[in-house]
Design a protein around this ligand. Structure first.
Ligand code: PLP
Length: 415
């Protein structure tokens, strides 16, 4: 492809105007929206308004008058539209890690009640570490065993000992995407429950939790939902499970009537009980702006259009890099149906310094140990010319060997 052909794709792109919703530093090609989404233009003004008016002037009254008490549910209903959940089925709360603890604990309790002999939690060896750590700790505490396998081995491992299949829909390192519906069906056929982590899916790829008949889902607010660093996360329970019992972190914000101040816990109806303590209002205000920036695509073809552009950006980038950088190996699935919204390349030795050299040029992706150069493609604000230019920069970094410079070889805390 030529750069002019990439520019022609941008000129014909119906999603192109959505880029105006964001603050993008000049000279930066941002390929890390899968790790920290960019800042929507609306966010600073909205957070300022919450600080100066709702907090500054409204003070405690704003819990009632500014909709603070219902904000977690309001944003939850918006995220629900992106993941195939119904209204009032999904709520914003806590972090992804904490929400995983809540839903995995819930799933184990349900499994224990229905089939006490089932003692296995099944997950993928390459799942995101926090998911595995939470499962390892809960398994130990609750007398279950965590069994890890490669993605392709999972269906065969589901049997009468399986309590829960716990997976991340899109793999954080390779971008490989599971067939949520097929694996959930396989889990149910074996009598197990299915939990899905949507950290790299919500706002990135079409998800239909009801069509997949999933049991529980959680997801992240600061990646493709553009909610800002450390944004609150979300949690969904299928309505058939939501009211079966309390979730383990029975805090007052999940109580049916927190301001009755009664000593006994009475869970709120439905997903509202999956809240725990007082929500971080400033972060929630920022998260709502981020979610709105994704929902703005609804009048331009919605998630289906975003998915089409994301795949096209990824294909363009992968083809250009493969043609220009024979030193690198494609580490993401070539097949569109198996790939999320990122494209990764591997190199056994120089992955880290190559990414540092790229970042110094304003092409921001990230590195995931031991060998992955990770590039996220967010169709809300990326242009085809950006994908093209990023591949050219990568080629220049390799051909010039500028990655050998000492400053690019010093490992920082966040890679
Ligand atoms: C990003 C990510 C998380 C993040 O969890 P936090 O609690 O926000 O730190 C968890 N799981 C997966 C799969 C992720 O990609």
């Amino acid at each position: 492809m030529t750069r002019d052909e990439a520019l022609a794709l941008d000129a014909a792109d119906a999603l192109a105007p959505l880029r105006d919703q964001f603050v993008l530093p000049p000279g930066v090609i941002y390929l890390d929206g899968n790790s920290l989404g960019v800042l929507p233009t609306a966010t600073a003004a909205r957070v300022q308004q919450v600080v100066t008016e709702e907090w500054g002037q409204g003070l405690i009254r704003s819990w009632n008058t500014a909709g603070w008490m219902t904000l977690a549910q309001r944003i939850g209903d918006k995220i629900a539209r992106l993941v195939g959940a119904g209204a009032s089925e999904l709520v914003v709360a806590d972090s992804t890690s904490v929400n995983l603890f809540k839903v995995l604990s819930a799933a184990l309790t349900i499994s224990q009640a229905d089939a006490p002999a089932r003692k296995l939690i099944l997950s993928e060896r390459s799942n995101f570490p926090t998911d595995l750590y939470i499962a390892e700790s809960l398994a130990r505490e609750r007398g279950f065993e965590l069994r890890l396998a490669d993605a392709d081995e999972l269906p065969a491992l589901l049997d009468e000992r399986s309590a829960v299949l716990m997976l991340t829909h899109v793999n954080y390192r390779t971008g490989r995407m599971h067939d949520m519906r097929a694996l959930t069906t396989a889990a149910h056929a074996a009598g197990a429950l299915a939990i899905w982590d949507l950290a790299h899916s919500a706002g990135a790829v079409p998800v239909d939790l009801h069509a997949a008949d999933a049991d529980f889902a959680i997801g992240c607010g600061y990646k493709y939902l553009n909610g800002g660093p450390g944004a609150p996360a979300f949690v969904w329970a299928h309505p058939r499970h939501a009211e079966r019992f309390w979730q383990p972190l029975a805090g007052w914000m999940g109580h049916a009537a927190p301001f009755e101040f009664t000593p006994g816990y009475r869970p709120a109806p439905g997903i509202a009980r999956y809240q725990c303590g007082t929500p971080a209002l400033l972060s929630m205000a920022a998260l709502e702006c981020g979610v709105d920036s994704v929902l703005a695509a609804e009048c331009r073809g919605g998630m289906a259009a975003l998915r089409g552009k994301s795949l096209a950006l990824g294909r363009l980038f992968a083809a250009e890099v493969e043609a220009r950088c024979p030193q690198l190996t494609l580490a993401s699935p070539r097949d569109d149906a198996l790939r999320g919204s990122q494209v990764c390349f591997a190199h056994p030795e120089m992955g880290y310094p190559v990414m540092q050299a790229l970042i110094a040029r304003g092409v921001i992706g990230d590195f995931r140990a031991p060998d992955i150069l990770r590039f996220g493609f967010t169709p809300l604000y990326l242009r085809f010319a950006d994908a093209f230019d990023a591949a050219v920069h990568l080629q220049q970094v390799l051909d010039s060997e500028e990655w050998r410079r000492p400053e690019f070889n010093q490992r920082q805390a966040v890679t």
